[in-house]
Design a protein. Structure first.
Length: 95
């Protein structure tokens, strides 16, 4: 998947995450702001990295503003933002 623009998905509501991402220069760059970063920061980053790798994206800059989202929500928001950033409508959800 080739990212061509910056895109976002999610909200700043409780139990959700706002994901903003776009083309990057040096692999997977993650900037995380989270109300639960001390407890779950490593897991959040792991879910994001797995989702990006599964989409075969090599260079991406990701900003996450997390409000206690579950892994499935994080994964869904990252996938939606990736498709938007790629300008793709060929969705392959949950494969």
């Amino acid at each position: 998947m080739e990212l061509v623009k910056t895109a976002a998905a999610g909200t700043l509501e409780s139990s959700d995450v706002m994901v903003t991402l776009g083309p990057g220069n040096a692999g997977i760059e993650i900037e995380l702001t989270s109300t639960v970063e001390k407890q779950f920061g490593k897991q959040i980053r792991k879910v994001v990295e797995e989702t990006v790798c599964k989409a075969n994206v090599k260079n991406v800059r990701i900003q996450l503003n997390d409000r206690g989202a579950l892994d499935c929500t994080i994964r869904a928001r990252v996938e939606a933002a990736l498709y938007r950033a790629a300008g793709s409508t060929d969705y392959k959800w949950g494969e």
